[in-house]
Design a protein around this ligand. Sequence first.
Ligand SMILES: [Zn+2]
Length: 217
Amino acid sequence: MTVNHHPSNETLLHFAAGTLSAGPAVVIAAHLEQCELCRLRVVDFESIGGMVLDDMPPTRLATDAFARTLKRLDETTASSTEGPIIAERHAAVGIPLPAVLRHCRVGRWRWLGPGFRWSKVTIPESPDAKVMLLKARAGLRLPAHGHTGMEYMQILSGSLHDDRGQYGPGDLDEADVNVEHQPVVDTQSECVCLAALEGDTRLHGLLGRLLWPVVGF
Ligand SMILES: [Zn+2]
């Protein structure tokens, strides 16, 4: 698998420091499962963070954050042995899910628009995090939309493109408030993504109008 789109250094730094909020952290962890380059960058950032911590008076918060990050990395790189619950989730979604989702609740597919479905992902320790799986049929053209907060999207299967490039399996799209785009699913197959939204819930454009009343975000 060739990964062409990665999280920003800032995002990986926050992930390494344990300061990325729960929803985006799940999406970044899913990316790390598929991207050795970013795994190595996170390890580098943790080394830097560790050196900085060595020069600072110990604080419980920093120690906890570091421990949480290590635990998350362990989980990310752990064996992919799958129990029956994961198998059940696979059947529900139709594709292999990232290992990081094994402790999350994955809801059934719900209608979001013609050829467009979503499934709510609930993180038990952060139930308010806005995380979802999105599934769009081959060739589906989404109307242009913007964002009022950060949007992180990891491509799990299929591919899509917009005027910034093409995104395939393993790629992570990180869109901020400056991004206005019109993703189009490539024609070969449907596309399934894991997405997390941050910030103001009032997304504008079609995606916001679709998601807000239906998803309750
Ligand atoms: Zn990467």
